[in-house]
Write a protein that binds this ligand. Structure first.
Ligand code: ZN
Length: 149
């Protein structure tokens, strides 16, 4: 069976795709553990403020998965704690499980600054596991920002 670590490792690979954008990666897994879609952050490449890795991966996964826009039973793996937009998007997509790597104390919306995905007022709340391969995920970002200065 595919573990949370395996899933975040796949997201790390997606984050390392060539290009100068901030290396954040996301992968959507089908209920059987196969990869439906993967993406890296592409705001600069696409000139699109909403082109976060999670949004791109959710869109591609929904286009491929059999149940319209719903991703019931699917898992989203991300290298970094999602922001409010992405947390909202994954709830709307009915993602069943979220696993992520590094915590993002400045903008994180899955426990750090807000907790958008486990708000009791929402009727869909995915299972969450954060801090998976946290050091590797944080290191990838730190290395990127070090070379930017
Ligand atoms: Zn985001």
């Amino acid at each position: 069976m595919i573990t949370a670590e395996d899933m975040v490792r796949a997201a790390l690979q997606a984050a390392s795709a060539p290009g100068a954008d901030v290396p954040i990666g996301a992968v959507v897994f089908a209920p059987d553990g196969s990869i439906l879609a993967q993406a890296c952050n592409a705001r600069e490449a696409l000139g699109d403020p909403t082109a976060h890795a999670e949004v791109l991966a959710l869109r591609a996964a929904a286009a491929k998965y059999g149940d319209g826009w719903r991703l019931d039973g699917c898992t989203l793996a991300v290298t970094l704690e999602p922001c409010t937009m992405c947390a909202g998007a994954l709830v709307l997509a009915r993602i069943s499980r979220l696993v992520f790597g590094a915590w993002e104390p400045k903008t994180g919306a899955v426990g750090s600054l807000w907790d958008v995905v486990r708000d009791r007022r929402l009727n869909h709340r995915p299972e969450v596991q954060g801090g998976v391969l946290e050091d590797e995920c944080a290191e990838l970002l730190e290395r990127f920002f070090r070379t930017q200065r």
